[in-house]
Design a protein around this ligand. Structure first.
Ligand SMILES: Nc1ncnc2c1ncn2[C@@H]1O[C@H](COP(=O)(O)OP(=O)(O)OP(=O)(O)O)[C@@H](O)[C@H]1O
Length: 246
């Protein structure tokens, strides 16, 4: 089954059009990357799917159901977003417990305490952190909290916006391993924005290259690994990435 389908998605901020005819079909359990230059509209695509950029035309379907504009509770049970900067995305005056329990309260789900502990364990957070505030955690621990928050409602799809780029290099690998494990264990579908092609190779099955609001190429991970992307712009991206890696 298709987990996420975008058809001719044009997204606007006010009078400015940010994306043009973005169409994608992502299968259940697939991990898909959006790559491309800064400002090409990658994060905006995730925001539109999550209901955070409500001015769009076209069609967004999740597990076969078309979503409307704006926030949609039924939708947030199946699709959740993880942001780049865990410090910015966590409320500074809420403990880990309050942050993780919030979605359960909103959705009227009981057994709060057990679920908070279960999800903390699944993301590798010791119970001793449960009543800490974000400033009392490391960057990696904060991103684990942000991932745990996204998992509270047992979603099927995670939208990951540069989930490791704000972290130290050593911590990035831990979070990437965690995401890989969670995807396998919970059969999650990932749609991930990243600048980092090695991250795409590690975590994704396919990728779309975006430029100036348009998808210029969709390719499988083997094509990326063998440096066989076809479009000149995609090849330029691969060269820039290789130059940074050396
Ligand atoms: N809230 C907003 N209001 C108006 N314009 C915005 C807003 N957010 C983003 N934009 C504009 O939309 C365009 C696409 O931004 P977006 O963040 O989607 O790009 P991106 O490809 O994810 O870039 P980056 O890799 O730098 O995060 C940019 O020109 C940006 O300035």
């Amino acid at each position: 089954m298709t987990a996420l389908s975008l058809k001719d998605l044009d997204i606007f901020y006010g009078d400015t059009q940010i994306t043009y005819n973005v169409s994608l079909d992502i299968a259940e359990g697939e991990s898909f990357a959006l790559v491309g230059e800064s400002g090409s509209g990658k994060s905006t695509v995730l925001k539109a799917i999550a209901g955070l950029a409500p001015q769009w035309t076209g069609k967004i379907s999740v597990l076969g159901k078309a979503r409307g504009h704006g926030v949609d509770r039924g939708f947030s049970r199946v699709c959740q977003m993880v942001f780049q900067d865990p410090y910015g995305s966590l409320h500074p005056r809420k403990t880990v417990d309050a942050t993780l329990g919030e979605a359960l309260t909103i959705h009227g789900i009981g057994d709060r305490s057990a679920r908070v502990e279960e999800v903390m364990a699944s993301v590798g957070l010791d119970r001793k952190f449960r009543f800490r505030f974000p400033h009392q955690l490391s960057g990696g621990q904060r991103q684990r909290v942000a991932i745990a928050r996204a998992l509270m409602l047992k979603p099927k799809i995670l939208l990951l916006d540069e989930p490791t780029s704000a972290l130290d290099v050593s911590v990035q690998a831990e979070i990437l391993n965690l995401l890989k494990r969670l995807r396998r264990e919970q059969n999650l579908t990932f749609l991930m924005v990243t600048h980092n092609l090695p991250v795409v190779s590690f975590l994704c099955d396919r990728l779309a290259v975006m430029r100036q609001g348009r998808i210029v190429e969709v390719a499988g991970i083997d094509e990326l690994k063998r440096s066989e992307l076809k479009e000149p712009y995609s090849r330029e991206l691969m060269q820039i990435s290789a130059a940074h890696a050396t």
